[in-house]
Design a protein around this ligand. Structure first.
Ligand SMILES: [Zn+2]
Length: 299
């Protein structure tokens, strides 16, 4: 089949996997979870396809699960199944919260200073990188430039403050300057992507030339956020152009909610949560498997 796991072992770090994917023009799937149902959906999908996976938790998601609890969950699965399952602190808006996840032993974290002025974003990102690397030389720190919205939900229109016309997207020279100043491992640019998914399920097209130009300028792996609703063709081209991690959240949330709604309607007398939630796990797993196949060129 495919050869990803010739080198499978849990000694390999997330950095090794990301650089390998970047070289081979594949992408690692990053899937957000809010609960144990989401956790199993991601773990099952990764194990079934024999691919490394990143579990992402935003500030809200990790407040709900618990910072140390989600770390323990991921660690337990990584050990028990000898499978490369990694944990990322998605969009983290303050240095204090970066410190918290670094101290908890996360594999990666994202400092999101996109709402700050450029200089302040640089300053806060640098502080986060310095703290993270001092505590754990293997941790990956990602930062962002360019605002792409903040929600993972169904949207009626492009979010407020986001402009996807070319002059508002991340500029290659600005991206290079930012990476040189901050020393981040990965960069999430604004390239026509938006957080959340437009109703109807079709998000705007990505600016592939811009992704390529940024990738050529910064030479570090790029991360594509707001992947839900993006067309298969755009994903493939973006990965060819230098994207090594793709974030999916909204699509998984929709699958969870819809399966639960249908199951509640079909079995109004059922009260066992594990029975009510089972179709949701399966629905989320299907979404995740399909995305993983696409990101890794598996037919
Ligand atoms: Zn994001």
């Amino acid at each position: 089949m495919f050869t990803f796991f010739k080198s499978k072992n849990t000694e390999k770090t997330l950095r090794d996997y990301v650089l390998e994917a970047h070289r081979e023009k594949r992408a690692i799937g990053h899937f957000n979870i809010s609960n144990i149902e989401g956790f199993w959906a991601v773990v099952n999908a990764g194990r079934k396809l024999n691919l490394p996976i990143i579990i992402g938790v935003s500030e809200g998601e990790r407040d709900f699960i618990g910072v140390n609890q989600v770390k323990a969950l991921v660690e337990s699965a990584r050990k028990e199944f000898n499978h490369p399952i990694f944990l990322n602190a998605d969009h983290t808006y303050s240095f204090d919260k970066v410190k918290q996840v670094v101290d908890a032993g996360f594999d990666a974290c994202i400092f999101d200073g996109t709402e700050l002025p450029f200089d302040k974003n640089v300053e806060e990102t640098k502080k986060s990188v310095a703290y993270a690397k001092k505590s754990n030389p293997n941790i990956l720190v990602e930062a962002e430039i360019g605002f792409i919205g903040k929600s993972s939900k169904i949207l009626e229109k492009i979010p407020e403050g986001v402009n996807i016309s070319a002059e508002f997207l991340t500029k290659p020279e600005e991206a290079k300057h930012f990476v040189d100043l901050t020393g981040v491992d990965m960069l999430a640019p604004a390239v026509g992507n938006i957080h959340g998914m437009l109703s109807g399920g079709k998000n705007p097209a990505l600016n592939i030339e811009r992704i390529q130009a940024i990738s050529d300028a910064v030479k570090i792996p790029l991360v594509l956020h707001g992947g839900s609703g993006t067309s298969d063709e755009d994903f493939k081209k973006a990965i060819q152009a230098g994207v090594a991690i793709v974030h999916i959240n909204t699509e998984i949330r929709v699958a969870y909610r819809d399966a639960l709604k249908n199951n509640l309607a079909a079995h109004p007398d059922e009260i066992a949560p594990y029975k009510l939630m089972k179709p949701s796990v399966e629905a989320m797993q299907t979404v995740i498997e399909n995305r993983l196949k696409l990101f890794n060129n598996i037919a």
